[in-house]
Design a protein around this ligand. Structure first.
Ligand SMILES: [Zn+2]
Length: 145
């Protein structure tokens, strides 16, 4: 990247409105002759002036709303944010309740299907055969706890 040692000086002159009219007050004559001779600084002046002029025209054309309108909008936004924050846990709980309902419905439908009934009965048959082969008595829960 090619740089010039006086780029910062030129940029300051353009940024603080010393270029080219007030350059006599704020910058030395050497800067003008340098910009006339240096292609990098000439490009910098062109781009910086375009950006600076664009910014000034944007600031001039900007329509600033009244203070009361800004306050009213901020109040409305704060209320909306507070309502959104308050509604977040409710939304989460509604989602959990919906998931529970779907799970209960799927379980109820699954218990009525023949495939699930066959699988459950086979599972209980295997379990009961294991219990009867090793021990004829069922272990009671009250003795273990
Ligand atoms: Zn230069």
């Amino acid at each position: 990247m090619i740089e010039c040692a006086r780029e910062a000086e030129v940029l300051d002159a353009v940024t603080f409105r010393r270029w080219p009219r007030h350059c006599d007050e704020g910058c030395d004559e050497g800067l003008r002759t340098h910009v006339a001779a240096c292609a990098i600084c000439a490009d910098l002046v062109e781009v910086a002036r375009a950006l600076h002029d664009d910014r000034e025209s944007a600031c001039r054309d900007a329509r600033v709303p009244a203070a009361g309108q800004v306050w009213w909008r901020a109040t409305i936004r704060a209320r909306a944010d507070a309502a959104h924050t308050a509604a977040e846990p409710i939304t989460v709980l509604q989602g959990i309740a919906g998931a529970c309902l779907v799970g209960a419905a799927a379980g109820r439908i699954g218990l009525k299907s023949p495939a699930v009934i066959n699988a459950m009965s086979a599972l209980f048959r295997i379990e009961s055969s294991c219990v009867t082969s090793s021990d004829t008595r069922m272990p009671s829960n009250s003795s273990t706890s």
